[in-house]
Design a protein around this ligand. Structure first.
Ligand SMILES: [Zn+2]
Length: 494
């Protein structure tokens, strides 16, 4: 009798112990507290952080803050790193101040007729050859070595559609430089985008990029015109000359903040979930009126995402999941997804062992009954995501504004193009309306305007979703027919 009683107590204790670990909803609720998330948000979005602009001292303070959390939680450095920082070499390019392109007997002027995307100051003379749309196949057929290649912007299939022009431009430039061309000129003919708007945007601003070995070869967009040379060039090579002056390049060293938790399952620990959020925002408004708030605090965009990441790191450091997890607070998102681009090109764990990227980012929120998951319906993670949101009283909602291309406007995109299933968890967005735009990239995006009753549910749902994803025996995959399915097949069969 006594013995039996003793056994019963043992059994009871055992089941309580396993119950504590088997009830992650209760554990998440206990570990992710309102006061703690409020503390992180208040620090990251304070005026003293001056909008966490990439390259600013305040961004580096924010990076140190995240690294300090990793240290407190006992995260390991990622393979190949001695600490939590992955150096990201960025570079500011100050636009040219002048230049001239001569083609046969025609002379084109910088800004009036052409803009420069890449390139240094130059004084070049040589042959110019035409290459259709400048596709890899077209380039292969002609000898472009040492010559300026001129091609139509866009692609054979999509013509001069602006999206196609932007999408194809980078690859063409890469292909042309690889083939040894002295430069690439794309003839831009898209009535949807007026020339002055292009000039304003691309020739009027300092642009930040990942620093690369190339970039000294000129990449030009030339306004389409009825000039003699642009007709003739399709038939025969012409002699040409190019001068560019005033270009200035300034290095901007920055960093991604990376930490790791090893998985507990002997088989699944070789697979990685990447939890990411961009740490940078857009800094301080230049030329603001002195009596007006000029600091873009970026509480919503994206201190919220970083706090989602920190909260997940805290939880999973206490309850390690089956898979390994890499946490990355990213730099340079607002400058063009630069930190994630750099990571995807220079991964710290193999991309073909990276099973999923769950990014946390958003423009803000105008519906506190849900979380908006950009890409939710595109992968088999859907069920875990719904379950996690429901557990905290939120609906998991799909992207309400596909026309905004949000999927391609956050860091998940750079993982997706490599084939890794990658989506973004965002606060409840029912539309891109005035309620949202009131805060989106505005000085008003401050902690004081946040609804913490909503946010605590949002953070807990994000943490719990990561808990489920990191231990689900089946890694999420793109659904059949998805745009990135083919790339994933290539990646994971490597
Ligand atoms: Zn953002």
């Amino acid at each position: 009798m006594k013995l039996k009683k003793h056994l019963f107590v043992c059994f009871l204790l055992l089941s309580v112990a396993t119950y504590a670990q088997k009830n992650p909803v209760a554990e998440v609720t206990k570990l992710v507290t309102k006061s703690e998330v409020e503390a992180h948000l208040t620090f990251l979005a304070s005026d003293e952080m001056r909008g966490r602009d990439t390259g600013s001292p305040e961004f580096d303070i924010a990076a140190n803050y995240v690294a300090a959390q990793y240290k407190i939680f006992g995260l390991k450095p990622a393979p190949g790193l001695t600490g939590y920082f992955q150096s990201v070499p960025l570079q500011n390019s100050h636009p040219a101040t002048g230049g001239q392109l001569t083609l046969g007997s025609d002379v084109f002027k910088y800004k009036d007729d052409f803009i420069l995307f890449e390139g240094e100051n130059t004084n070049w003379k040589g042959d110019v050859v035409y290459a259709g749309y400048g596709s890899a196949e077209e380039l292969e057929k002609i000898n472009v070595k040492g010559k300026l290649v001129i091609a139509l912007a866009g692609t054979k299939d999509a013509g001069g559609n602006p999206m196609a022009i932007f999408a194809a431009s980078g690859d063409k430039y890469k292909d042309a430089t690889k083939a040894g061309a002295a430069g690439l000129i794309e003839i831009f003919a898209s009535p949807q985008i007026p020339w002055p708007a292009l000039v304003n945007y691309f020739a009027g601003n300092v642009t930040m990029k990942v620093k690369s070995g190339n970039g000294s070869v000129p990449h030009i967009w030339l306004k389409d015109s009825d000039t003699e040379s642009l007709k003739k060039i399709r038939e025969e090579a012409l002699s040409g000359a190019l001068t560019v002056e005033g270009v200035k390049k300034v290095d901007v060293p920055s960093r991604n903040v990376v930490g790791m938790i090893e998985g507990t399952d002997p088989k699944l620990r070789g697979e990685y979930l990447i939890v990411s959020a961009h740490l940078d925002h857009v800094g301080v408004q230049k030329n603001a009126q002195p009596d007006k708030d000029s600091i873009f605090n970026g509480a919503r965009d994206n201190a919220i995402g970083v706090v989602g990441l920190i909260s997940t790191a805290k939880y999973l450091s206490q309850y390690p999941p089956k898979r390994s997890v890499l946490f990355i607070a990213l730099t340079g998102e607002e400058k063009g997804l630069l930190g994630s681009k750099y990571y995807a090109d220079n991964p710290l764990v193999p991309l073909n062992k990276t099973v999923f990227n769950f990014n946390c980012d958003g423009a803000g929120y105008n519906d506190v009954t849900m979380a908006t998951i950009i890409g939710m319906e595109r992968t088999t993670a859907e069920a875990d995501l719904s379950k996690a949101c429901q557990a905290f009283g939120l609906k998991a909602a799909v992207d309400p504004v596909p026309e905004q291309n949000l999927f391609e406007r956050s860091d998940n995109y750079n993982f997706a193009v490599k084939g890794v299933p990658a989506i973004t968890f965002a606060p409840g967005t029912k539309a891109f309306d005035a309620d949202l735009l009131k805060y989106y990239h505005q000085p008003a995006d401050e902690v004081g305007s946040l609804d913490f009753d909503y946010l605590i549910k949002y953070f807990r749902a994000y943490v719990y979703a990561n808990v489920l994803l990191a231990s689900n025996p089946a890694a999420p995959v793109w659904k059949a027919g998805d745009k990135f399915e083919a790339e994933a097949k290539k990646l994971y069969t490597k």
